[in-house]
Design a protein around this ligand. Structure first.
Ligand code: FBP
Length: 254
């Protein structure tokens, strides 16, 4: 019999091609609205793009999720980010900001939690990951681990530490690992191979020229990754919906 978790996962990952495409919109928490001056940060606007571009999920915090549910009838599957931090704090750490119970009440198909692997607060974040997993298991809720390296003196997309971080997520039992793209399909295929018992998705990263970004998407898929979670390269663009549709064509072939 298919359990709650499998049913939810089937909404987030295409059960036939095993691929997925998320739109990520947790940036106003992590970076603040002032980093995106001039961009319309209304969650309903972004949810509309995600839905019309047929994203497999939209990653948002609980307040934005509630707002989308209340003020629109957009049907995109929601993944609720349950950890967070602001860039105003010097601590490289994410706290639990929403419970799995709350995410379930809002109707989420999954929850997402960040671990800064290698940060001096890694221990606390891993303990919190254990608490989150316990609740996810109890409620049949898929967990996406944002396994993000934060090692002093190292670039965030350094291959060795990205490989280590992705593998850590797989070992610790998250359902989907999301991590930084390492810049080439050859290098990212190592990340995917190391964590090959869970789907691995790449973060989109900073805004790029459209064609360069689409080239990167092709490389991500050719590396064997399950897909990607794209934020700025969609909702910062004037033609975000058009770009998302192009990304979808590469990820899912339709
Ligand atoms: P992008 O496609 O814009 O990179 O979004 C992916 C994401 O993981 C977001 O979910 C998150 O807010 C952001 O990147 C974090 O980026 P960073 O760790 O570089 O601050």
């Amino acid at each position: 019999m298919i359990g709650k978790k499998e049913k939810r996962l089937m909404k987030l990952i295409n059960p036939i091609n095993k691929r997925t495409l998320f739109v990520a919109f947790d940036h106003a928490v992590e970076h603040g609205p002032t980093d995106y001056e001039g961009i319309n940060l209304d969650p309903v606007r972004i949810a509309k793009i995600a839905s019309e571009g047929k994203a497999d999920g939209l990653i948002v915090h609980s307040g934005a999720a509630r707002y989308i549910r209340r003020f629109s009838n957009i049907k995109v599957p929601l993944v609720i980010k349950i950890t967070g931090r602001t860039k105003l704090s010097p601590k490289i750490m994410q706290s639990i900001v929403t419970t799995v119970e709350e995410a379930e009440l809002i109707g989420a198909c999954g929850v997402a939690a960040t671990v800064y692997v290698g940060s001096e607060f890694e221990g606390e974040m891993l303990e919190r990951l254990a608490e989150i997993k316990r609740e996810c298991i109890r409620r049949g809720m898929p967990l996406i681990g944002f396994m993000y390296p934060r090692v002093k003196g190292k670039k965030k997309d350094d291959l060795q530490i990205v490989r280590y971080s992705a593998r850590l997520g797989a070992e610790l039992g998250v359902d989907i690992v999301k991590t930084y793209y390492t810049g080439s399909k050859e290098s990212f295929s190592k990340v995917v191979r190391d964590a090959n018992f869970v789907p691995v998705v790449a973060a989109g990263g900073e805004e790029k020229f459209e064609l360069d970004f689409l080239e990167m998407v092709k490389d991500i898929i050719d590396s064997g990754a399950a897909g990607l979670a794209v934020g700025r390269n969609v909702w910062k663009k004037n033609n975000g919906l058009f770009i998302l549709k192009q990304i979808r064509r590469i990820v899912h072939g339709d």
